[in-house]
Design a protein around this ligand. Structure first.
Ligand code: GSH
Length: 326
């Protein structure tokens, strides 16, 4: 685990000293957009036109942020248009690697050993963390984006003409609602579990834990009244919650000490996570082997023995019961 400083790799764990033990996630830096006609998006440069075979996605199957992008690739029928390389679940001294012996697909484009080499290929003197997902442009040989929230927005609409798939997970009338839910879910749940797990002071952990469960309680209540987070239509907000929920009992409950209760103990959230897991194509994007191995093996500050637990034994294929009323 580490970061690049002026293009040089430094092996270094997160620094929580300045923030009283609280883990603060850095904002992603590379924020261009693929658009239907190649015009500039909300940030960054123009010139990234949606074209079949032009873009490549680098993901970890363990990472909840990268998982979002794989889900949208699946939902929006982009499998034949956007290729993928998968890093090893082991994120060690050199950060994310393409070690085929340890579960990586290898780097299909350049046969690199480490993801940080892709970041310096994009910009030789890059400084910052080396994160997944990365959306890479094979034409210009540049990183388009390393922000999953924006990559899924591109996938949601930019390629519609190529695929003919016009499903919209960020429909105009629901955008304000989706944004509001996303913000709370990001702070308290998606990133909240990390703030529990990476806290280095008791106070920071307890604050993150309280916010996490109080928000899960609110979401449980909401899902007792309606099928999805924004009503009866499945949206981006649901998928963003899903990637954390599906990891909850396997990893966050134990490894990150999010243990007031299991997700399975929530009636509606446990049905909701099953419904989304059973959505066409989605189970294929979930790899519990990579998920458990990544967290329990890579974070040796939290789990020094690196023993990866065998459980829990949960059947996500069992009936979700969400259509029998909520
Ligand atoms: N804002 C980014 C966050 C991505 C992120 O933090 N990914 C983690 C994996 S779960 C990572 O690569 N961490 C490596 C590091 O922080 O050094 C996004 O949503 O795309």
């Amino acid at each position: 685990m580490g970061l690049l400083v002026n293009g040089q790799w430094h092996d270094q764990w997160y620094n929580t000293e300045k923030s009283g033990g609280d883990f603060q996630r850095e904002d992603a830096q590379l924020r261009h957009w693929v658009t239907a006609d190649g015009s500039a998006g909300p940030s960054g440069d123009s010139g990234f036109k949606a074209e079949s075979g032009r873009y490549h996605l680098y993901v970890s199957l363990a990472c909840p942020w990268a998982h979002r992008t794989l889900i949208f690739r699946q939902l929006k029928q982009l499998q034949d248009h956007i290729s993928v390389s998968v890093v090893s679940p082991d994120m060690l001294q050199q950060g994310w690697s393409f070690d085929r012996q340890q579960g990586s697909s290898g780097d299909h484009l350049y046969q690199l050993d480490y993801l940080h080499q892709l970041y310096t290929r994009n910009k030789a003197d890059y400084s910052g963390r080396v994160t997944v997902p990365v959306l890479w442009d094979k034409h210009s040989q540049r990183i388009v984006s390393n922000e999953s929230a924006e990559i899924i927005r591109m996938f949601n609409s930019a390629f519609n003409e190529l695929t003919g798939d016009t499903q919209d997970f960020y429909p105009q009338p629901l955008q304000a609602d989706i944004d509001a839910i996303n913000q709370q879910v990001y702070q308290d749940v998606n990133n909240g579990v990390y703030r529990c797990g990476f806290a280095t002071s008791q106070t920071a952990y307890e604050q993150a834990y309280q916010r996490l469960f109080s928000t899960l309680d609110t979401l449980e209540e909401r899902l007792s009244r309606q099928r999805y987070l924004c009503g009866d239509q499945l949206t981006e907000a649901d998928w963003r919650l899903f990637t954390t929920l599906i990891r909850f009992d396997a990893v966050y409950h134990g490894h990150f000490k999010c243990n007031r209760q299991r997700l399975e103990d929530y009636l509606h959230l446990s049905g909701f996570v099953r419904e989304l897991f059973q959505w066409p194509g989605i189970a294929d994007t979930v790899d519990f082997g990579h998920i458990k191995r990544h967290y329990y093996f890579s974070h040796d500050t939290i789990n020094p023995t690196r023993i990866v637990p065998l459980g829990p034994d949960i059947d996500y294929h069992s009936p979700h019961l969400r259509d029998a009323g909520h």
